[in-house]
Ligand binder design. Structure first.
Ligand code: NAG
Ligand code: NAG
Length: 308
């Protein structure tokens, strides 16, 4: 049956041709994918450092922030409680998130003598935040996070990354994280919405360089920028082991205190389209007012067993 044999030969040839075509076609395609994907897919890790303290709106604020952060790729959240021990509320919230995180605690030192400095720190956050007699400025908490970061990076193979100090009640667009990954050298800066008595507080940019600032609140600060308005190359914290926040500076000077170790105005890299876009807002959660059950004619059912 020569006809069938020819057919088989055709079939074998066709299969060979198909396999050959598949190999030649796909090999360069795969190679292309690998070579182009490597640099594109490298995203520097962002280390977000967030001090937090117990209060009625804490879980609400942390829920909102953590669920934003879950949308950020290659993000490591360092949460530091102002407390003697880590609380179950924060521990569970972190555990239930899908985030890569580190949970720390550092209690704010109670200063016995109320100095002018301390009062200044208090005034800065007093209205909506701190009802206790001492005032937290996040100094001990951020420094604890920096200690952890230095330990972590010194043993890490990839020492690259970006450090961002984040309040637990600010509002962050996902775009601000894209911007800070563009830091090439030392420190990236961008505008912050609704802060310092202004619609927007921002570095002024001339020819792609920071030439000044528009701040009206304490404009004499070396860096009149809010904590939410900059991020620092993480590697620099290894190069400057002495860099930390200080309790000795007056309110509004913490940003300048940490930035002075790393940069001068000339080093600042203006991001967010030469500081013309707002991708973060210094929002603050209003202190909730809860009725005192003892003063009510018909007291509500006890709800102390419910975590709020
Ligand atoms: C960060 O700083 C280190 C050390 O100075 C430097 O090698 C690196 O290029 C800088 N930039 C980034 C994005 O890591
Ligand atoms: C920022 O400004 C510089 C100088 O005017 C310009 O070359 C650059 O393209 C601008 N960058 C962006 C992202 O707009």
């Amino acid at each position: 049956m020569p006809f069938v044999q020819i057919k088989k030969q055709y079939l074998a040839f066709a299969m060979l041709l198909f396999v050959a075509l598949f190999l030649f076609n796909s090999r360069p395609a795969f190679q292309c994918q690998y070579t182009t994907e490597m640099p594109v897919s490298y995203l520097p890790t962002i280390y977000g450092i967030t001090p937090t303290y117990a209060r009625l709106a804490q879980k609400a604020d942390l829920t909102r922030l953590s669920q934003t952060l879950m949308l950020v790729k290659n993000f490591h959240w360092i949460v530091i409680e102002d407390s003697e021990t880590k609380t179950p509320l924060v521990a569970n919230l972190l555990k239930e998130s899908t985030l890569k995180y580190t949970h720390l605690n550092a209690k704010t030192h109670k200063s016995k003598q109320s100095t002018e400095m301390d009062v200044n720190i208090c005034v800065f956050k007093l209205d909506s935040y701190f009802t206790r007699w001492y005032c937290a400025s996040g100094v001990e908490q951020r420094n604890e996070a920096l200690n952890w970061l230095r330990n972590h990076l010194s043993s890490a193979t990839d020492k690259r990354g970006v450090v961002y100090f984040m309040d637990d009640d600010n509002t962050y667009s996902l775009k601000v994280f894209d911007e800070m990954r563009k830091i090439k050298n030392k420190v990236g800066v961008w505008p912050v919405g609704i802060v310092g008595g202004m619609r927007v507080e921002m570095p002024l940019v001339t020819d792609g360089k920071v030439s000044g600032y528009n701040a009206v609140w304490k404009p004499f600060r070396p860096f009149p920028i809010d904590m939410a308005g900059f991020a620092i190359n993480a590697t620099l914290f290894l190069d400057h082991p002495e860099a930390k926040f200080s309790r000795k500076v007056q309110s509004g000077f913490q940003e300048s205190e940490i930035l002075k170790y790393f940069a001068t105005k000339d080093d600042l890299e203006p991001l967010a389209e030469n500081c013309t876009k707002v991708y973060v807002w210094h929002t603050r959660t209003q202190k909730p007012s809860i009725l005192d059950p003892k003063k009510l004619k018909h007291p509500p059912l006890p709800d102390g067993h419910i975590e709020v």
